[in-house]
Every structure is written in C-alpha cells, then in structure tokens.
Design a protein around this ligand. Structure first.
Ligand code: ZN
Length: 288
C-alpha cells in the first residue's frame, strides 16, 4: 500500500511538472538581419541592425515568461538597444506582455486603429502604443528599412503587413492562412473587405512570408497561398449564397454545405461549419 502511494505521488508530481513545462521556443535566422522567434504556437519577426533592434509582437499573453525569453534570445545575438516594438494588430494573444520591451526603451508602434482600441480597452497587459500609423509607414534603422503596410480591414481593422524590402520578406499575423479554413466564425473579421485586403497583399513587393503562427511544415507562404485563400473565401461565399437562397441558413447549411476541394486543409471538419455560420449571417439575414 505504501509502495502504491509512493508511485502515485511520483506520477502526480511528474504529471504536474509536465503540465507546467513551458512550451518549446526557438529562434531562427532567416536573412542577414531578420530572425523568427517562436514560442509554442505563436511567432514574431525581429530585425537586428548595428544601431538597434526592431522587435514585433511580444506573444506573451498570460505567459510573461515568453516576453523575457524573447528578449533573452535577442540578447544572445546582439547587445544593441531594442528601439521599436511593432504590433501586428491589437489582439491580446499576439501583443499582450510588451512591458519588458517598453522598459528596455522600445517605442511601441501599431496601426492607429489598434492604438485607439487598446486605449479604450485599457488592459494593463496590453501596453498602449506610443505611435499609431496610417496606411503606410517605414522604420529606418541601422541601414535597414522595415515597411508597415495597412491593406484594409480583414481579421481586424488594424492589421499591418510588415515587409523587409531588401529581403522581399513579409510578416503577417492571423489574416493570411495557408492550407487552412477560417478560424471559428472569423471573430473580429470584416467581409468582403478581407478578400480585397488579400488582393492588396498579393500586389505588394515580397516573395516569401512568415506568419504569426507556423505555416504547414514550417514553410514560407507565397503569393499563390494568398490567392488560394482568397479563392477559398470566394467558394465559401458562393456555396453559402446558394444555400441561403434555398432557405438553409443557418443550421441546415452548417451541416449540409461541403467544400470538398478544401477537405485536406487544416481545421476543415471543425472550422467549416462555423465559417458557414458567418456567411449565413449575410446571405440569410443581410448583415455580417
Ligand atoms: Zn488575431
């Protein structure tokens, strides 16, 4: 009995340790100046120059250790000051936890709508940006240029596309997905603006893209991926339009509408019905 108890205590302790284990993280060099920091399922780009560092998304929501780990990883590469922290958009899971960057002297930059939203939300974990930018802004530091492009409303009303022109490298978060159907019912999403935004992304000057979550197999996204996602949204839109015209929105459409062309895409089984629900709002009721 005593032995059994000891084994059980050992197992509980082992389970507890596993549960508290921080997620795996990695830092990967992408180009001369660009690095990818991944913490669990979230990713951020940072740019190292002789005059300082431009960091993006702290990815430390409910896990402040992610931000300090991120800074430790930067410090393994350079002692240059962290001059900027750029938010991809205002959603907490990507931008909460920026305090240690601010304390290190970083100026926080985001789209002006993100700044306004974060001021209104007043969440102490989501540090309000120092600067809100418009449709275009470029940060020049140590001979490196990072461009911030606003391509309109999509997964939020304040998503920035970040581009390093020298490397033709782009970074987007949550609104460009690769071989995956939409997340839930596209929370905070804007249609049809999202489709137009994808066209504008495809028209920008870049060749490979990283995302705020890893793309399949850790690969880069290409403009073909952006076009495929746009086509998915158009196909979803058309299928739900037809279903709505037959009076099937919401519930029947959510179970009956299938898009077999995309059945190999991530989140298809779980996500498609919720994606349909969103488009049923419009075609069945006239609002998003
Ligand atoms: Zn988001």
């Amino acid at each position: 009995m005593k032995k059994l108890l000891a084994v059980m205590i050992f197992l509980f302790a082992a389970f507890d340790a596993a549960a508290q284990q921080p997620p795996p993280f990695e830092t990967r060099k992408l180009t001369d100046n660009a690095y990818l920091f991944r913490y669990g399922f979230h990713q951020a780009l940072f740019v190292v120059t002789p005059e300082g560092v431009i960091a993006t998304d702290p990815i430390a929501f409910l896990r402040p250790v992610a931000a300090t780990t991120y800074i430790d990883e930067i410090r393994k590469i350079t002692q240059a000051p962290i001059k900027y922290l750029v938010y991809s958009h205002h959603h907490y899971d990507h931008i909460a936890g920026g305090k240690p960057f601010k304390e290190a002297g970083a100026r926080i930059v985001a789209h002006k709508n993100a700044k306004a939203r974060l001021e209104a939300l007043n969440n102490p974990d989501a540090v309000v940006p120092d600067e809100g930018v418009g449709d275009f802004h470029a940060i020049e530091l140590g001979g490196v240029r990072l461009e911030l492009h606003y391509t309109g409303r999509n997964h939020s009303d304040n998503s920035l596309v970040m581009i390093l022109p020298k490397d033709k490298l782009a970074f987007t978060v949550d609104f460009v997905s690769v071989e995956a159907v939409g997340f839930r019912d596209f929370p905070d999403g804007f249609f049809p603006d999202w489709m137009d935004s994808l066209d504008r992304v495809a028209a920008l000057d870049w060749e490979r893209m990283i995302g705020g979550h890893p793309f399949p197999g850790g690969r880069y996204a290409t403009k073909d991926d952006v076009r495929a996602q746009k086509q998915f949204l158009l196909d979803l839109n058309e299928a739900v339009r037809v279903a709505a015209s037959q009076g099937k929105c919401w519930d029947t459409a959510m179970t009956e509408v299938k898009l077999p062309k995309y059945e190999k895409w991530a989140n298809y089984e779980r996500g498609l019905p919720q994606n349909i629900e969103k488009f049923c709002n419009y075609w069945g009721r006239g609002y998003w």
